[in-house]
Design a protein around this ligand. Sequence first.
Ligand code: NAD
Length: 439
Amino acid sequence: MASQNRSSPTREATAESTDPETALGTARRQLDRVAAQLDIDDAALERLAHPAAVHEVTVPLERDDGSVEVFTGYRAQHDSVRGPYKGGLRYHPDVSRDECVGLSMWMTWKCAVMNLPFGGAKGGIVVDPKSLSDDEKERLTRRFTQEIRDVIGPKTDIPAPDMGTDPQTMAWLMDAYSMQEGETIPGVVTGKPPVIGGSYGREEAPGRSVAIVTRETCEYYDYPLAETTVAVQGFGSVGANAARLLEEWGATVVAVSDVNGAIYDPDGIDVAEIPSHDEEPEAVTRFATGIDDADSVRRLSNEALLELDVDVLIPAAVGNVITADNADAIAADIVVEGANGPTTFAADTILAERGVQVIPDILANAGGVTVSYFEWLQDINRRAWSLERVHEELETEMLTAWTALKDEVERRDVTWRDAAYAVALDRIGEAHETRGLWP
Ligand code: NAD
């Protein structure tokens, strides 16, 4: 079907979301942009501009002092044409309906880029998890599970950890769901502890995929890892794992940061020595104070880290850090998105014009959902894979996905992000066309 004459399916939606900094605004702009270049069924695009469902629930919690507080929870389910919904659960004061919808759209594209048999979902509770005791967090999680029990399940919608939630949260969810169903159902969530059906290698998978994609991209653009400098913003699960692997594979990691600031050493930082956020929160700047040759280590702001003259920049902390305000100052040749949505739509255009290669989040950090898929397979088959097998299969999946995008970049001379969206939308659009619309 010709694409040039049709009206934009997301026009109405985009008009609603004029703020490019919101997840939903960015997700819809990206869909609009790529839809205009592609030959995809109009009806499928119209459907993809809207979530299939957004569930809003009220979650009452008895606090430790006996008082009762009521929280709001969401589960946005975007598209399930290729399989059950899949996506994280966030506990954060900024969780909103629109944010869940935008992030659920990203999950749809991410699963399709990786060719996983899932669609996108996202959810969460509007709460500051730091304000809850462990007991309160457990009660809140169990009640939330009950409220969304009818719309989740191993064949329908499979949550996973996200901001403010962790393997223990998933264990409570799995237990609450299983208790009500009358049988143990590990496949209802991923990111669980291995002792109850979680997968080895799940925790480090997003960082590992960032490292694999960085390695392949460097090789492709003729940057031998041994001569490549890397700056990593954020030293959490994603940033620390990516930095450590890249250093192990020969790259020189010259800067890392946490929320308090960055450290920079042009000769390279021994990242294996710095505790990650999970091992010891916010240890990066503290670490710098303790090293012997501290002379060569400089402290920088997080903003300055982004503008360092390095070969590869990996924003792996929070979203919207590369914006129209600093895109011209980004000096790296390659940006690999470790965080979700670190580059705004406007910044993306500027970087593309400047010839900076941006490897998008929906490929780079997709190791997380890919190993979640492995976990789901293990749960369904009641069989645990070894860590070696998880690493091998992740490597294979990442190389396959990276190569599909590289072929698209070469074939159509587009950015890596446009290539990722094209590959994803092609697969999703074809599935919609083939299945048709019922009734
Ligand atoms: P984390 O909580 O383990 O670590 C976050 C790190 O970023 C910490 O070092 C923290 O100090 C730092 N940080 C926080 N706010 C910052 C700020 N404003 N400026 C600079 N640094 C800041 O988080 P994570 O799991 O590594 O996730 C990082 C990003 O990757 C998020 O965008 C997340 O959505 C995304 N992501 C995570 C996973 C996963 O499974 N962990 C998967 C895919 C994507």
